[in-house]
Each structure stands twice: as structure tokens, then as C-alpha cells.
Write a protein that binds this ligand. Structure first.
Ligand code: FAD
Length: 449
């Protein structure tokens, strides 16, 4: 790779990529538009915590930071469903194995660990408050918002869903891009810790209040509080403008929840409302000069808890292709996109579908009957069937394969529920074998300590 090597963006993808490149021996400069999050205050209501799963854990094991990350995560063993009018929430476990849990983690603390690890390589310089505007490929210059310029040889665009690096690749005619708005938005709120610092809800589960067209979810933070997100159609948000409107909305749909948040209306008014979209990109690179990674290449809606996990898995894939073709970046970049894009397209679609499952399916008797049969069939045929959620969250099977398998399994389960005389065991045993237990099935067992 001909230097200088630059990365735009020090989010999860950019900071992780910096470590992987440093491990290959490269010197890298990361340009990040925001102040250093290890020192700056982050505004309330800006996606405070995330669900970390196997595809994100594996790269963290690779780069040797999993032990530090383990110290800041809270395991969530299933969905705690708060149905309308039911005072007792019900746990729907994610899986039947101990390691089939997802992990609530602070976005900021995880990112800070990656930034520290990148700097600790001695090969990575991170320049904060450097907003990139565009690339001049002909002059080999990166243009910054403040009018400054820096020379570059190769630039990695880890600059998120609104990527200016992608714009520069589009300007070269090498890339097409579609930004599909979901028509739903989100707002983050906080359930405070109880007076004695304990949790007001069970911290070891992902809480969902499904309400058909919209839902609330809550993930625990280590301090005893929960980050809660309301996902709802834009039209619903448009009706929530006054304190009265907010109060009656929560009183009508989320009464028990509202009782946990004394300053609910203030939080609702003060916290920003975020947009949701799927970013579809074809042409992730330009010659041997620039390549996109993470949300810049494949931004997805957050309903499968996979955006960051997918971004980190993509970094690992790109690292593999760079190692395979160190002297031929065009080949490496093209192979990376050819192999990866069908998988990121698959998770984009599964994430959209999972929204319906979360906001409506989890209390739908037909869905619950399917899920019960799927788990029973998994118990009877563990080598042939794994529920879609588990293949996505607890394996490194390519997303597109998980999607295909889930479709086949779903068809058999639907048929079996419609016709109980069907020999469902025979049909499931005829499915292709699942990949053999690889050591990554329980990546936390690979802890470096
Ligand atoms: C509400 C919500 C909940 C989510 N929950 C989950 C979850 O549970 N699990 C999960 O896996 N994912 C989740 N995600 C998705 C996850 O946040 C993203 O997929 C992930 O952050 C992508 O990482 P990235 O590094 O590609 O991009 P980003 O995190 O967007 O990082 C991009 C970085 O580039 C910087 N930057 C931007 N423009 C410039 C510029 N011009 N110059 C220099 N720097 C720039 C930004 O400041 C930022 O630091 C969620 C997203 C949302 C919105």
C-alpha cells in the first residue's frame, strides 16, 4: 500500500481498522470530525448503548481487547416482553446455550477502548476535530472543512452513513448510492437508577414494549440506569409536540414505563429525534485509492442490533483481503466488495423484517407458535436447524447463508403448523448440515487472559 494511509472517521469501524492495519505494519492517520470522546461530553439522547454480538466480538478477540470489553458489558439473555395490559413481563430467551446472549455496551466506552488500542500500537495517529470534506484524487489531497489539506495515498472511508468519502467516489462515477428512509424515527430516553443505585428493571434482558406500529426498547447501563429508545412512525412523532400530547401518549401506551421516568416529558422535548434509513451502495472503492467500510458502505436500520457488529465484521473481512493481495489493492478491494455485499444486503433486509417482529410479532400467537416449534426442532435437530436470530447473532455464518437457511426453515415450519400430519423431522433432517462447531461459536471463550 502506498502511503500516506488515511482513515476518515474514528467510530467503531475506523478505530478497529486502524488497529488491524497497524498489525499489518502500516502507519495510519485517522481523521475524526468530532472531539476526542475520551475527553469530551457527549450530548444526551445520542445512541448511548448498543447490543454487541458474536460478529463484533470476534474482531475484538482478534485485536486483543476482548478482556477490556468484557469488563464493561452486561449480558442480555433474552427479550423481556412487556405486553399491553400484562403487569408481568415475559422472558423469551434468545437461545438454549449459555453463550447465546447479547451484550449491552456503551458506544462511547467501547469506542474509547478501540481508540486506546489503536494509539497503543505506536503506528496510529488520531487527529480529532478534522472534518474531511472531499478527496482530490488527481492531486492526492484530502480537503478539510477548515480549508486545510493533507496528502494521501490510500484513504479508507469509515465516515458513517453520510460519508463524504463516498460522495467523492460517486463524483468519480465509481459508485451508486441509494438512501431509503424508513419513515420511522427514534428518540432516546433514560430510565434512572433507583435511589440506592439498583436497577428498576431486570438488567439481564433486552426489554421490549411492543405496540404494533411502534415500540420502546431498553438496554441496561452499568450505572443502574437504562437507555430506552422509542421507535415510531414519523407521523406519530409529528403528533407529540406539547407536554400534554407526550403525557397522554405515554399514559395510553406505556403507563407502567412512564411511572419509571419522573422527567419523561422534559427528556422527550430536549433529546433529539433521529432518522432511520438503509444505505445501499454499489461500488465501494475507487481504483487503489479509496474504499468504504462500515455504515458508509452498508448502513442498516438498528432492529437486528447488527449495524456495528456488521461494520466490525466487514473490517475483519477487508483485513483478510488486504493480507491476501497486499500489492494489488484493486484486487483486494474488489474481492472484499464481491464477497461482502451479498451478506450486507442480506442483513439490511433481515434488519427491516426484524422491526415487524419486535414491534408486533413477539406478542402475536402465530409468531409465538412458530418460535416454539423452531426451538423444539432445534433441540431435536441441532445439526440441521438454528433459528434465524441465532444464526445472525451467535454465529459468523455469512449473513446471506443465514437468510437462505432461515427461509427454508420457515417454509417447513409454516407447512408443519398448517398440516400436523407432515413428517417435519424428515424435512428438517434433509436440510444441509449447519457449519461444524467452530471455535468461534463461543468467542468469549477465546478471552486472552
Ligand atoms: C438508535 C440506534 C441503535 C443502534 N443499535 C445498534 C446495536 O444495538 N448494535 C449494533 O451493532 N449496531 C447498532 N446501531 C448501528 C451502529 O451505531 C452503527 O452501525 C455503527 O456505529 C457504524 O459504525 P461506523 O464506524 O461505520 O460509523 P459511525 O459510528 O457513524 O462512525 C463514523 C465516524 O466518522 C466520523 N465522521 C463523520 N463524518 C466525518 C468527516 N466528514 N470527517 C471525519 N470524520 C467524520 C463521525 O464523527 C464518527 O465518529 C444502532 C444505530 C442506531 C441509530
Amino acid at each position: 500500500m502506498k502511503g500516506p494511509i488515511a482513515i476518515a472517521g474514528a467510530g467503531p469501524a475506523g478505530s478497529l481498522l486502524a488497529i488491524y492495519l497497524a498489525r499489518q505494519g502500516y502507519g495510519v492517520t485517522v481523521y475524526e470530525s468530532r472531539p476526542d470522546l475520551r475527553r469530551a461530553e457527549i450530548g444526551a439522547g445520542r445512541s448511548i448503548n448498543l447490543a454487541l454480538a458474536t460478529r463484533g466480538i470476534v474482531p475484538l478477540v482478534d485485536v486483543g481487547v476482548i478482556d477490556k470489553v468484557n469488563e464493561i458489558t452486561i449480558p442480555m439473555r433474552g427479550r423481556m416482553v412487556h405486553a399491553v395490559g400484562d403487569p408481568t413481563p415475559a422472558l423469551q430467551p434468545y437461545g438454549s446455550h449459555e453463550h447465546e446472549v447479547i451484550h449491552s455496551v456503551s458506544r462511547r466506552d467501547l469506542n474509547a477502548i478501540l481508540l486506546d488500542a489503536a494509539e497503543a500500537t505506536g503506528r496510529v495517529t488520531i487527529e480529532f476535530e478534522r472534518r474531511l470534506d472531499a478527496i482530490d484524487f488527481d492531486q492526492s489531497l484530502l480537503h478539510f472543512h477548515d480549508g486545510t489539506r493533507e496528502p494521501f495515498g490510500v484513504v479508507f472511508g469509515a465516515d458513517g452513513a453520510n460519508s463524504p468519502i463516498r460522495e467523492s467516489i460517486i463524483a468519480k462515477g465509481a459508485c451508486t448510492f441509494d438512501d431509503e428512509a424508513l419513515g420511522h424515527q427514534y428518540k432516546e430516553l433514560t430510565v434512572p437508577a433507583a435511589g440506592n443505585g439498583t436497577y428498576l428493571l431486570d438488567p439481564l434482558a433486552l426489554h421490549i414494549w411492543p405496540r404494533g406500529e411502534f415500540m420502546l426498547i431498553a438496554l441496561a447501563n452499568p450505572g443502574g440506569d437504562f437507555t430506552v429508545t422509542l421507535f415510531a412512525p414519523t407521523q406519530t412523532f409529528d403528533t407529540l409536540n406539547s407536554v400534554d400530547e407526550i403525557q397522554s401518549f405515554f399514559a395510553e401506551h406505556f403507563l407502567e414505563f412512564a411511572a419509571l421516568v419522573p422527567d419523561l416529558e422534559t427528556q422527550f422535548v430536549e433529546n433529539p429525534t433521529g432518522k432511520l434509513a438503509t444505505v445501499r451502495v454499489s461500488g465501494w472503492s475507487y481504483q487503489d485509492r479509496a474504499v468504504l467500510i462500515g455504515d458508509a458502505a452498508h448502513g442498516i436500520v438498528p432492529f437486528h442490533g447488527q449495524g456495528m457488529n456488521a461494520a466490525m465484521e466487514s473490517v475483519r473481512e477487508l483485513d483478510r483481503h488486504l493480507r491476501a493481495s497486499p500489492d494489488d489493492l484493486v484486487t483486494a478491494f474488489n474481492a472484499y466488495e464481491t464477497e461482502r455485499k451479498p451478506n450486507t444486503d442480506a442483513i439490511a433486509e433481515m434488519a427491516l423484517n426484524n422491526y415487524v417482529e419486535m414491534r408486533a410479532g413477539v406478542v402475536d400467537p402465530a409468531y409465538l407458535a412458530k418460535r416454539t416449534l423452531a426451538l423444539e426442532l432445534q433441540r431435536r435437530h441441532p445439526s440441521h436447524l438454528s433459528p434465524r436470530y441465532n444464526m445472525v447473532m451467535f454465529s459468523t455464518m455469512p449473513y446471506a447463508e443465514a437468510q437462505d437457511r432461515a427461509t427454508q426453515q420457515g417454509e417447513i415450519i409454516d407447512a408443519a403448523l398448517a398440516d400436523p400430519s407432515l413428517d417435519v423431522d424428515a424435512l428438517i433432517s434433509a436440510l444441509p448440515l449447519l457449519p461444524k462447531n467452530d471455535p468461534l461459536a463461543d468467542p468469549r471463550a477465546l478471552s486472552t487472559s
